[in-house]
Design a protein around this ligand. Structure first.
Ligand code: PGA
Length: 262
């Protein structure tokens, strides 16, 4: 794991964007795994800026989103499809046919999930998977107790996640769908690089469990300790409970110049 502690979420978002930029410029046909939520908004903003001002070309890129609420049509502005188009896809040049988001209205969910896995494989696998983290340690919508070998499937949201996400549903927890489709932890772990971002004090416990806790399904993100190329990009507040914070900063400051400069 590489833990990168930034002074704020803006600096962190720019670093994550540079990783994606490097990936896309060096391999135009890159496959990106994308996330929703408040955390990656700055990353998408920076990628849109790079597209507009620095000619970052997404015309050959393929994307796979992590998850979607079951039962929300694409026109629903709380759906993750709607989120992705309004915050990113409508502003860059990824071909429509290259965009993959789990279908919350799928009639045959089991078949749809199997097909999603097949499409990831057929695309050559995910080069960079962007991840947020829930306060309960979830990645994607893989709540605590999710199997580390799980694949794309239906999941039931934890009460904590329903509470956290009710802010997007007018604060009404009863309006948050209880079921979702999410890539599995096994799916995420096959990505060639995982970039987990976390901002704010409310994520400090989850980040600590992810980076320095035991590897356990109690904190699904802790599985990233087993990933060969996982980067954890956090602000000072989210890093607040890391015992080895000074060490991570020291290591980052000594990063060899030949490594990708972010
Ligand atoms: P957030 O959600 O970015 O809105 O904090 C993260 C997550 O639940 O994975």
């Amino acid at each position: 794991m590489e833990v990168i502690i930034c002074k704020d979420s803006r600096e962190a978002s720019i670093k994550a964007a540079r990783l994606v930029e490097h990936q896309v410029r060096s391999k135009p046909r890159s496959v990106l795994g994308l996330a929703t939520g408040a955390t990656p908004l700055g990353l998408y903003g920076e990628l849109v800026r790079m597209h507009r001002e620095d000619a970052l070309d997404f015309s050959k890129v393929t994307t796979f989103n992590l998850d979607e609420y079951l039962g929300l049509p694409p026109s629903d502005e709380r759906s993750y499809r709607y989120f992705m188009y309004s915050n990113f896809f409508d502003k860059v040049n990824i071909p429509e046919e290259n965009i993959n988001i789990p279908d919350g209205m799928a009639e045959d969910v089991v078949r749809h999930c199997a097909d999603y896995e097949y499409r990831i494989k057929r695309a050559g696998g995910i080069d960079i998977q962007i991840l947020g983290i829930g306060v309960d340690g979830h990645i994607g919508f893989n709540e605590p107790s999710s199997s580390f070998t799980s694949r794309t499937r239906i999941k039931t949201l934890a009460p904590q996640t329903i509470k956290d996400n009710s802010r997007f549903f007018g604060g009404d927890e009863s309006k948050v769908p209880e079921h979702v489709i999410t890539m599995g932890i096994g799916t995420v772990m096959e990505s060639r690089m995982c970039v987990l971002m976390a901002f704010g004090e409310s994520k400090a416990d989850a980040v600590s469990a992810c980076v320095e806790g035991g590897i356990s399904i109690v904190c699904p993100a802790s599985v990233l300790q087993l990933h060969p190329n996982a980067k954890i990009i956090v602000d000072e507040a989210a890093a607040g409970k890391l015992k080895l914070a000074d060490y991570y900063k020291w290591v980052y400051s000594k990063k060899p110049s030949w490594q990708v400069d972010i």
